[in-house]
Design a protein around this ligand. Structure first.
Ligand code: ADP
Length: 202
């Protein structure tokens, strides 16, 4: 199985690259943002709590996220080719929990971090805010999300770098050029895995 963790600031293009990965690699797309917004839409008590956190630009607490992800992984179909984790893990605690969850099931993962200039992400998010209807796509909340990203989520990259499964992608290019970088890395990684005898990436 090929499990790809897509990391990057809000507006860095994780959703767009996920769509391309689904198309070219047949992976399942897990966007925790979409998952949480679906919970809000359901009108549940949990959804109301989550709504308040997201609208304020805050993260949902780790224990709730880990629970949701564990449930998702357990429900994966047997013939699943792999998962794109879009927006998870966002803290080192979440990364630890994911590593354990995958390891217990004999799986591993690779992190791809999309680097995009801050001016560019703010521009993209403000543009998205005009039509997305998202309560968190306004200037003040965007600034707060970017600050939380730098302080809390950025250390997750170092976590994967230490575990030798981290690659940096320049996301300032067009979506096709950005995807080309991802595709090259995944193909090289697959070839290296085959050459060293470990299970090939499918
Ligand atoms: P973006 O990456 O553009 O901020 P997402 O749709 O991925 O958008 O996430 C929207 C919001 O959902 C986040 O700002 C956060 O409040 C919440 N969220 C998503 N994923 C997580 C996570 N792994 N841990 C905690 N909160 C999360």
């Amino acid at each position: 199985m090929l499990n790809v963790i897509l990391c990057g600031a809000p507006g860095s293009g994780k959703g767009t690259q996920s769509e391309l990965l689904v198309k070219h690699y047949g992976l399942q797309h897990l966007s925790t943002g979409d998952m949480l917004r679906a919970e809000i839409k359901s009108g549940s008590e949990l959804g109301k709590e989550i709504d308040e956190l997201i609208s304020g630009g805050n993260l949902v607490p780790d224990h709730k996220m880990v629970h949701l992800i564990a449930h998702y992984i357990d429900a994966l179909p047997k013939d699943c080719k792999g998962v794109i984790f879009d927006g998870y893990p966002r803290t080192v605690e979440q990364a630890d929990a994911l590593t354990l969850l995958l390891r217990r099931r004999g799986m591993d993962s690779v992190m791809l971090e999309l680097m995009v200039d801050e001016d560019e992400v703010i521009k993209r998010l403000l543009e998205r805010g005009k039509t997305s209807g998202r309560t968190d796509d306004n200037f003040d909340t965007i600034k707060k999300r970017l600050r939380i990203y730098q302080e809390v989520t950025k250390p997750v990259s170092a976590y994967y770098l230490r575990h030798h499964n981290y690659f940096l992608i320049n996301g300032n290019y067009s979506m096709e050029q950005t995807f080309e970088q991802i595709d090259t890395i995944l193909k090289l990684r697959s070839a290296a895995k085959q050459a060293t005898g470990s299970s090939p990436v499918k």
